[in-house]
Design a protein around this ligand. Structure first.
Ligand SMILES: Cc1ncc(COP(=O)(O)O)c(C=O)c1O
Length: 367
């Protein structure tokens, strides 16, 4: 048996929707884009959703729409995909990395508090692997220090926190539709969610070259070509309809893994649901001191694995070079990044596939 790490869905209905958009709409910022935004905002419970070309573009525009500029500092976790901070580093905005909590791999509020100084203007919690960060505590800190809170919800479409959805828990939420995410758009894409009229307006203009609304060639703000294509939005509309069902299926697969892997070898299981958080298991990530050996074993058995993230952002070569970051700065992040290994997780994973993966993991520890 072969079990991939992820399996993006593309149905005939989605292909047909894309073809319809290609035949009948403006190819970019067509009708499907606005319908997709409306449906996505509804899912999140936010007033606006602004579709863009990637999750990275979403993070960049959300920060810029809140006035974050060169020399301002943004507190973020280093246990994330590099795009979290790549989104603002090119604009001279300074990343300040705070350590994560070992219990759920998201920003530790106490470490956020300790990282703040007079230049800090924003905090960017990442809902890693689909598990929402400690948003109440982070929002409290942000209020006290007058910081903007931008959620990196690129791995958390549809996750719940105290009855609210990811993307509606700070000043703005940012999503990625990269093909392996819990939902995609048949290519790259992203979304910004906000309840703020001015932020929505600025994001709409910035994604469209900074065009003044209603004009063709008048530009009153510096902008970018970050529009979403209509065919991608049409796929996104169909994917969004299935997201709740897909997230439930991921949760069911995670429960199976939890039950069957509990107590096996030195494995640490991922954070599960809590009284506050209902996660969406973008990834199902274990920890072990033997991850390279386990990876080699699973590779040999046709089981896909991911080392998300083997190198924390502050220790990426370019970040070390730019800022002089050194090993030892973020002990918990660094330890977790040395031990994490993701095993197959996708909506359509079958019970037999989960059982096979577990069997292979157990076989490794029985050797
Ligand atoms: C946590 C996180 N932040 C940001 C991004 C960037 O999204 P994109 O690849 O769509 O630019 C991703 C996904 O790739 C991500 O997982």
């Amino acid at each position: 048996m072969k079990v991939p790490i992820a399996q993006p869905v593309m149905t005939e209905k989605m292909i047909e929707a894309a073809a319809n958009a290609l035949r009948n709409e403006r190819l970019t910022l067509g009708e499907s884009v606005f319908k997709f935004e409306e449906a996505f905002a509804k899912m999140c419970g936010s007033k606006y959703a602004i579709a863009v070309s990637s999750g990275t573009a979403a993070l960049q525009l959300a920060l810029q729409a809140h006035g974050i500029k060169a020399a301002d500092k943004v507190v973020a976790p280093a246990m994330s995909f590099v795009a979290t901070t790549n989104a603002f580093v090119p604009f001279g905005v300074v990343p300040v990395f705070a350590d994560v909590s070992e219990k759920d791999y998201t920003l530790d509020p106490a470490k956020v508090r300790a990282a703040i100084d007079l230049k800090t203007k924003a905090v960017m919690p990442v809902h890693l692997y689909g598990h929402i960060a400690a948003m109440d505590e982070i929002n409290d800190i942000a209020r006290k220090h007058n910081l903007v809170v931008i959620e990196d919800a690129c791995q958390a479409h549809g996750a719940d926190y105290r009855g609210k959805k990811a993307g509606n828990l700070g000043h703005a939420g940012c999503f990625s539709f990269y093909p392996t995410k819990n939902m995609h758009v048949g290519g790259d894409g992203g979304m910004i969610t906000t309840n703020d009229d001015k932020v929505a307006d600025a994001c709409q203009r910035m994604r469209h070259c900074g065009r003044k609304k209603g004009s063709n060639y008048e530009h009153d703000i510096i902008g970018y070509t970050y529009r979403l294509n209509s065919a991608n939005a049409a796929v996104g509309i169909e994917q969004l309809k299935l997201l709740p069902e897909w997230n439930e299926k991921r949760r069911a697969a995670a429960r199976m893994y939890d039950q069957m892997l509990n107590g096996v070898g030195d494995l640490v299981l991922p954070p599960g649901p809590t009284k506050d958080v209902n996660p969406v298991y973008h990834l199902y990530t274990l920890r072990t001191k033997k991850r390279y050996e386990l990876k080699a074993h699973l590779d040999g058995k046709g089981v896909g694995v991911g080392l998300n993230y083997e190198t924390p952002i502050h220790l990426q070569p370019v970040y070390k070079q730019l800022y002089g970051f050194k090993e030892g700065m973020l002990p918990i992040t660094e330890r977790c990044c040395r031990e994490v290994i993701a095993i197959p997780m996708f909506a359509d994973i079958t019970q037999d596939q989960v059982k096979y993966v577990v069997e292979c993991v157990k076989e490794f520890y029985a050797k």
